[in-house]
Design a protein around this ligand. Sequence first.
Ligand code: GLY
Ligand code: MN
Ligand code: MN
Length: 421
Amino acid sequence: MAAGSVAPIGAYPVVPQLPGMGRPVDTAAVAARRRALLKRIGSGTVLIPAGHERDIEQDYVQDNDFRQDNTFYYFTELETQDAVLLLTARGPDSLETVLFLPPRTPSQERWTGLRLGPDSVAVRLSGIATVLPLDSLDSRVHAARQPLYTPQGHGRGQRAADAASATLNVTPIVDSMRAVKDADEIARLRRAVDISVAGHVAAMRAARPGMYEYELEAALEAGFRRNGADRLGYPSIVGSGPNTTTLHYDVNRRRTENGDLVVIDAAAEWGQYTADVTRTFPVNGKFTPRQKAIYDLVLGAQQAAFDAVRPGITMRELDGIARRYMHEHSGNLCGERTCDDREYFNHGLGHPIGMDVHDVGISRPLEPGMVITLEPGIYLQAENLGVRIEDDVLVTAKGAEWLSAGAPRTTDAIERVMQGR
Ligand code: GLY
Ligand code: MN
Ligand code: MN
């Protein structure tokens, strides 16, 4: 996609909303994940509980009152609440999946809308042939093949699991599976990234000196939501002037001034997967020579890391490559020290993304199908000058693909978008 253009988000197929359960399930993808998990276990049972609705009075609700548990979502793609998934392996050719669902309650559905219940609709939508009422769970767990695995620290699953004899933690196995994304996950990430890019471009186009950071935040998040974001991937960071040097500044209340840089680190979540994108731009649409020099050094470091991405390399090695580039190209831009100094580039180069913004697998050598961020930065507090550029990158067999290249990344491309050209 050409720099500066916005992904044709409106052209995505319209997905019908299904009562009580969110989007359609890729039943083949989730079944393949369940088979892969059971093959890893060999023999035994896995109990995976769904998430529970947050309490609007007692919890701090930021967006809506339910987000599915990641492990349950990974193996079902269902957005239904208080369900439990029971997977059993009795050897490589005997794998069983049972979905337990709470009963439907018409009086509650007056408040919540339709919910999935233990009936043929659930069978059809989930692609799981055996769907049982939740009150039959305990007896099934007691009779389950040992050992019993559960994700660590889940309320309902933990209670049922505690009643059984041996309980092992399935999370490390699931995490190792989640590190490499399958085609369905990559499609979700691409969409989350495209939506995020649209929001960044909207914020750049809206920017004027004198705007408050929250006004930019509003333009950004309107761009996300207008393009179908489910929610924010994480609280939006919109820092101007001195706030550009605070890595996770998300107060977003300062009034911008002519000559400020603005760092926006923000992304949308779509279909449970989140992007993670940062752009830095001058609020008045024109970089000063000093801002451009620092920006171009960060950009060069990011490009050097991108050019080195290939299967087998580690995030730590990529971090070293970006720092070496900065070290060798700093000249006297950062004074007596070079710009790669931990005083100025004081965070890691990047991390995997997925259902969590800081997703699993950061220590693993890269493999095709992993999706990572590359996000070098230089933060000069004495000058109120911070620059971070963060893109999302898919590791391929031959190298890497920029996913977020639709958000203008060079100073020229940013100036063109901001000046409406
Ligand atoms: N948005 C958080 C991070 O870049 O890691
Ligand atoms: Mn990041
Ligand atoms: Mn980020």
